[in-house]
Write a protein that binds this ligand. Structure first.
Ligand SMILES: O=C(O)[C@H](O)[C@@H](O)[C@H](O)[C@H](O)COP(=O)(O)O
Length: 236
């Protein structure tokens, strides 16, 4: 685990962009494509600020969703909808580079369909290996739509699982499972603010078994980028 503590939000975004650029450039040099997973929440606003200035070949990016809300694309709750309005036009990313959930399906159907969409992009993989997953952490320790004490945490025969009782609204979502998350080459948590500090301590220092703490790629790296406030409860 690599812990990076940065002064404030701007510095968190800078650290985040530095790692994204490194992994993107390396992946494109090696594979001619960069497979990245996005999350919703405040991570989205970091990307909306940072990506328009990022110097890397965005035309080689394929963007997936670590989790997505099962809502219409034009809903304020749609994670893709957020990225569409903030990144298309401000960057060179094009709509067809986003691997989106299919509209008009139940969570169960959308999860199955999304699994098949992922499979097409990783045709030979036993488990897809993403270059980079960008993750957020809720104040209860959830990440993606993997919530504490939910049976979905132990899902080990699906890459993508549906959830219809998410404690964070909206209730209907699909999410990557730990099977796919922990097969990634790199995962980054990025967060700001003192409301994250108690949970950051419980996970990073007290090593409590909470979903965000279970992100430990078996053959990869996990980064935690925190601002001073989010890191505020950690022992110096
Ligand atoms: O709800 C979503 O769409 C998410 O992907 C979710 O897992 C998010 O990353 C965390 O809830 C943290 O959200 P905040 O950064 O807004 O606290």
């Amino acid at each position: 685990m690599k812990l990076i503590v940065a002064k404030d939000r701007d510095n968190v975004i800078q650290e985040l962009m530095n790692i994204i650029k490194t992994v993107s450039d390396e992946s494109i040099a090696k594979d001619k494509v960069f497979n990245i997973g996005l999350s919703g929440g405040s991570l989205g606003s970091f990307l909306a600020t940072g990506l328009p200035n990022l110097k890397t070949d965005l035309s080689k990016w394929r963007l997936f969703f670590c989790d997505e809300r099962v809502v219409p694309e034009d809903s304020n709750d749609s994670t893709y909808g957020f990225y569409k309005t903030t990144l298309i036009g401000t960057t060179n990313l094009k709509e067809d580079q986003f691997v989106k959930i299919k509209q008009g399906l139940s969570a169960e159907e959308a999860a199955k369909d999304y699994t098949e969409q992922i499979r097409k992009h990783f045709p030979d993989a036993v488990i897809p290996r993403f270059d980079l997953l960008l993750l957020g952490m809720g104040p209860d320790g959830h990440t993606c739509s993997l919530f504490p004490d939910h049976p979905i945490l132990d899902e080990n025969d699906r890459w993508i699982a549906p959830i219809t009782d998410s404690p964070k609204p909206p209730p209907s979502r699909i999410t990557m499972t730990f099977e796919i998350v922990n097969n990634a080459k790199n995962c980054i948590f990025a967060m700001c603010g003192k409301e994250k500090a108690p949970m950051v301590k419980r996970i990073l220092q007290d090593k409590e078994d909470l979903p965000a703490g279970r992100v430990k790629p078996t053959n990869g790296e996990v980064y935690w980028i925190l601002d001073d406030s989010a890191a505020g409860d950690l022992n110096k």
